[in-house]
Design a protein around this ligand. Structure first.
Ligand code: ZN
Length: 306
């Protein structure tokens, strides 16, 4: 048996301290559940992921609470959407954290939207009338091809901030991307009957999903992104549908469904709740489940054979 004196000496030695430090997990603060899930896929037990929001919260409207600031203070890496989705809360949260590593422009600050082609980018910045998508549409996670691009960039970033485990991250990334590409092929085949279908959205949350599947957005219930539907705007959408019928209206799990339900009832089309992120529905337990369940719900509403 090791005597106590020796144990104390060993624990205090630089070698042992180094060994302990090398085994400490990389602390990751993820803004939204999809990026928490992706970081977990790529980091496994090398990362300790803390997710700031859940799927039933509106990611545009989060409070920079002291408990969130405390979590950002200890983070080695912050993984968020960017494209101004978190503009109302993340800058103040990072500033208050006093954590130099995770400030914008540092290796410890990762913005997923920087790595994909953004849609709905306005020709000029305009925040008038409460538009929350002034820098282009931030809801990039609704297209699985974007997840591939972000996985590649995030894998490289994990290697950069935790070089001691670079080969582990590279391996996990290659494994994930291979499984993900197979899943995309399966989803694309499943969703083929939806091509060209006209749909209505409650919030402009699905432009990337529609771009992937070839769905046509003919109306949006919010008069501007982030502005609650008004009775007069809903009437306008209803009359639009008389000339341009739609197959369904989609809303995200975090949203109040009443506007979609009203339109569904009055236009006699299904109102479809989709998970929008990991955890939004029981079926969306991880990133794979997110797309399995999203497609199952849309296909069921379209009356397509699965
Ligand atoms: Zn939005």
């Amino acid at each position: 048996m090791m005597n106590r004196k020796l144990l104390v000496a060993l624990l205090a030695s630089p070698l042992m301290l180094h060994a302990i430090a090398a085994h400490a997990a990389l602390r990751v603060f993820a803004c939204e559940p999809e990026w928490g899930a992706l970081t977990q896929e790529l980091g496994g037990n090398l990362v300790e992921v803390s997710v700031a929001t859940n799927a039933l919260q509106d990611p545009h409207q989060i409070q920079a609470k002291p408990s969130l600031i405390a979590r950002a203070r200890n983070a080695d890496l912050v993984v968020c959407t960017g494209a101004e989705l978190e503009v109302g809360w993340l800058p103040v949260l990072l500033q208050q954290s006093g954590n130099a590593k995770v400030q914008s422009g540092q290796p410890g600050n990762f913005a997923a939207a920087d790595y994909v082609r953004k849609l709905d980018v306005p020709s000029r910045l305009d925040r008038s009338q409460g538009d929350v998508h002034a820098a282009g549409n931030p809801h990039i996670q609704t297209d699985p091809r974007n997840i591939t691009l972000v996985a590649t960039a995030l894998g490289a970033r994990l290697q950069q901030v935790d070089p001691a485990h670079a080969s582990d991250y590279a391996k996990a990334q290659a494994d994930f991307v291979q499984r993900w590409q197979q899943a995309i092929a399966r989803w694309t085949t499943q969703a083929a009957p939806l091509k060209g279908a006209a749909v209505v959205s409650q919030h402009k949350a699905f432009v990337y999903l529609y771009d992937w599947l070839g769905l046509k957005e003919v109306a949006v219930l919010e008069p501007k992104p982030g502005v609650e539907p008004t009775a007069s705007h809903l009437q306008e959408v209803l009359s639009t549908l008389k000339g341009t019928p739609a197959r369904m209206v989609l809303y995200s799990a975090y949203q109040d469904p009443r506007a979609s339900e009203w339109l569904g009832k009055n236009a006699a089309i299904p109102a479809v709740k989709v998970p929008f992120t990991v955890g939004g529905t029981d079926g969306a337990k991880d990133l794979f489940g997110l797309f399995d369940d999203t497609l199952a719900r849309i296909l069921a509403a379209a009356g397509a054979k699965q």
